[in-house]
Design a protein around this ligand. Structure first.
Ligand code: AMP
Length: 174
């Protein structure tokens, strides 16, 4: 098992969810026990001695990866969710999409001030979603030590929006 095996399991779906987008479908990776274990270990490994006490995942595919990564780092999990889903007091951050805007929310009490947080998602494309998550987590007091992602669509330049947060991508498409 290695990164090449993961790459062979990533399925390209042209024109999903809209014309012109090639969607990176990771469900074949999630559905393969050995590949899933390798992926989760590889996402967690660079952060083993970073002092991370919370791992934040972006709804929804980010949750699938962030919670087991948190477990591997003996850290807690923070859900970064679409508006209206979290039940307690929340903070909201809006961000621009190709057409219109969207928003993310976290619970106000999801971190203590200065707590070291690792952000996790499946894919970074334009970086707008991750950038909003970074602003939001910082606003509630997080010290974001890195962004661990399975797939970087590097040709879209998302890393530039991360405001200095180090990006660790397992697979990069140039
Ligand atoms: P972006 O804000 O453009 O970086 O988009 C990031 C979010 O959209 C991530 O949470 C991804 O899950 C999803 N996403 C964007 N583009 C793709 C793609 N080509 N394949 C799979 N997921 C994508």
């Amino acid at each position: 098992m290695g990164v090449d095996r993961l790459i062979s399991l990533i399925r390209d779906i042209p024109d999903f969810p809209e014309p012109g987008v090639v969607f990176k479908d990771i469900t074949p990776v999630l559905g393969d026990g050995k590949a899933l274990t390798f992926l989760l270990d590889a996402l967690a490994e660079p952060h083993k001695s970073s002092g991370v006490t919370k791992v934040a995942g972006i709804e929804a595919r980010g949750f699938t990866l962030a919670t087991p990564v948190a477990d591997r780092l003996n850290a807690g999990f923070i859900p970064v969710r679409k508006p209206g889903k979290l039940p307690h007091e929340t903070m909201r951050e809006e961000y621009t999409l190709e057409y219109g805007t969207d928003a993310l929310e976290v619970h106000m009490d999801s971190v203590v001030d200065g707590e070291k947080v690792l952000l996790v998602d499946d894919v970074i494309a334009t970086g707008g979603t991750a950038a909003a998550a970074v602003r939001l987590l910082r606003a509630v007091g997080a010290d974001i030590v890195g962004f661990a992602v399975f797939i970087e669509l590097a040709f879209l330049g998302g890393v530039e929006k991360l405001d200095g947060v180090p990006l660790h991508a397992l697979v990069r498409y140039d």
